[in-house]
Design a protein around this ligand. Sequence first.
Ligand SMILES: *Cc1c(COP(=O)(O)O)cnc(C)c1O
Length: 481
Amino acid sequence: MANASQQELLRSLPQVEEVLQDPAIAVLQETLPRALVTDCVRDVIDATRKRVLSGAEASVDFDLIVAGVHRAALHLQKPSLRRVINASGVIVHTNLGRSVLAPQAVEAVVDVARNYSTLEYDVAARERGSRHDHCEQLICSLTGAEAAIAVNNNAAAVMMVLSEFAAEHEAIVSRGELVEIGGSFRVPDIMGFSHARMVEVGTTNKTYLSDYANAITPDTALLLKVHPSNYRMVGFTESVSVKELKRLADDENTQRAEGVHDLLVYEDQGSGVFIRLDSFGEYAEPTVAESLQQGCDLVSFSGDKLLGGPQAGIIVGKNHLIDRLKKNPLARVLRLDKMTLAALEATLRLYFDPDEACRAIPTLSMLSVAAEEVRTRAEDLKACLEKVVSLDQATMSIESEISRAGGGALPMCDIDTYVVSLDFKQGSAQACENYLISENSTPIIARIKNDALLFDARTLLNEQEYNEIAEALTSYFEGVK
Ligand SMILES: *Cc1c(COP(=O)(O)O)cnc(C)c1O
């Protein structure tokens, strides 16, 4: 219950109509629908009422309410999904949209977005075609697979494989691979959801071939291997290779009667790469082709992690298996749209020349650019910032630091990089970080270390971004004065 003084305050809250008629709010209705502005007014009055009742507000100020409505309305006018500048040093940043597309992929998207397209039209046969055809041959050439299908994302791919091949059957997975990928993608949950009966084998740190062998029954449909994308087990560990699993499955299949489903080996590879990133040495992820050569019947991976394309989940494997997936109703439910297909096809084409792929695909070029080159970029950025930031505002230095691949790839891999580090004499790193994210029209994502604000040059896209960071810092320091 509100006490007497709170009731007094509540009575002084303005009516919605009163606020709408304030000149500062009335003018908003010229560019925004009246219903939207009215919602903003209601929200701000409601929030004020709640603060009064909780004792957080000791007065009701009409001007503050008007200012609050103004802020809320301006916020609505800005697109919610918009570009940010990634100075975090995390290359495949899931919160920031993972991979930036290659220019060729962007062009392909624009072309099919602006025009009608051959999405499901076969021009050679002059008849209805399939959207699955655009990328399949490319994926097969690049991975050595017999067949392929691309769906909405890798989570969808995993779901589809489990539903088609293991629903109401057993699927064996090592306890060391029952992972959570993040964003509520947990292997046990997805198993349950697809009605596969999960059979866990081994222990968290050690699983042997005999663990799998002992668990196989006539009902086992799948040996599932999950690539440990976002973590590594080190120390006293043991896991079973695809090659060994394949041998086990082959033995089992020779004993199975005609007409009984085959035991399959399926690897959820997570990131998926076509080019072995040898510069990462022992940390280099296995390529899709390697997993197939080792004997996987099916492999699935993401389109927008280390592959550097649009969000997609790609499944490769034997013809008869992919055919079954194409006929599964989930293929229709989880299908890709034309813009994603265009981006995926254009990205895949770049891989025919691996050097060109490393140059044109931003994720690959950021991963592979040498630290010394990043240092030069950091120096350019510093020079740009020094033009606008004075020594009594902040001092700057170039520091050696570590970038991350991100997106659950190369988790152990420290990628040497260089950052511009700002030490604040006015304001603070924390306040500036807040300003750059929440107040600047294009959010700028940096990181804080030991009270310094770091801008990692590895994930910046071009010099235009250096200028934008300089402008944002100028505005920040103007506000500090
Ligand atoms: C990232 C990842 C997924 C999920 O892929 P999305 O494309 O994000 O849906 C599934 N499995 C593994 C091992 C992963 O690394």
